[in-house]
Design a binder for this molecule. Structure first.
Ligand SMILES: [Zn+2]
Length: 205
């Protein structure tokens, strides 16, 4: 178990995307659930780690994050939580604007979500921020006390540091840019994204 920052652990190494385990006095949650084929890998990792999971929190509804969240959660006696604005996408009612997203959406099964998170909700010491653009209901988790950001696909960490996901992957590029700017404006000490390594920036002051 690699504790990246207090209370935030790197999830199992998956092929497509990252997931994280977030833990405080009140809750233990898995942030994102990889690809559907990653379910067993994640289950195994969780059982080896000995954590008792309260919820799987989805940053957004893409296939490489929603995985088999509902099946994973229910097997562990946990719930699935996601952003309230992502509801139509997760329930299969949304027709995405981007072609690549429409094709992907046809491969995805609806997810049964137990709790819809509104902006400002608190999850294990993190605040829920609505960070739309990559998808309409994308959320990020922000812990302002030590400026730790779990950004899903609102940002990607490349070789040079944080960048935006490719524009053709974003439902709304203007919104995506605004969300990325908002997240970077807090000067993250740690930025943990769905793709790319953890990015750490000691504060200059
Ligand atoms: Zn995505």
């Amino acid at each position: 178990m690699v504790e990246l920052v207090p209370g935030v652990f790197a999830g199992p190494r998956l092929r497509q995307s990252n997931c994280y385990l977030v833990h405080d006095k009140t809750l233990t949650v898995l942030v994102d659930a990889g690809m559907p084929s990653d379910r067993q890998e994640i289950s195994r990792w969780l059982s080896e780690s000995g954590w008792r999971l309260d919820a799987v929190v989805l940053t957004h509804g893409d296939v490489d994050h929603r995985g088999q969240a509902a099946q994973l959660a229910s097997a562990l006696g946990a719930q699935v939580w996601a952003g309230s604005e992502e509801r139509s996408f997760l329930e299969g009612a949304l027709r995405p604007r981007r072609l690549v997203r429409r094709v992907m959406a046809q491969l995805m099964r609806p997810v049964a979500v137990d709790r819809w998170l509104d902006p400002g909700a608190e999850v294990a010491g993190f605040a829920v921020w609505h960070t739309p653009g990559h998808t309409a209901g994308h959320l990020s988790l922000v812990r302002l006390a030590d400026r730790v950001v779990i950004a899903g696909d609102a940002l990607v960490v490349g070789r040079q540091g944080p960048i935006m996901p490719r524009s053709w992957l974003n439902e709304d590029q203007e919104q995506a840019r605004a969300s990325a700017t908002r997240l970077m404006a807090i000067g993250p000490s740690w930025l943990l994204t769905g793709h790319g390594p953890p990015w750490h920036q000691p504060r200059a002051d």
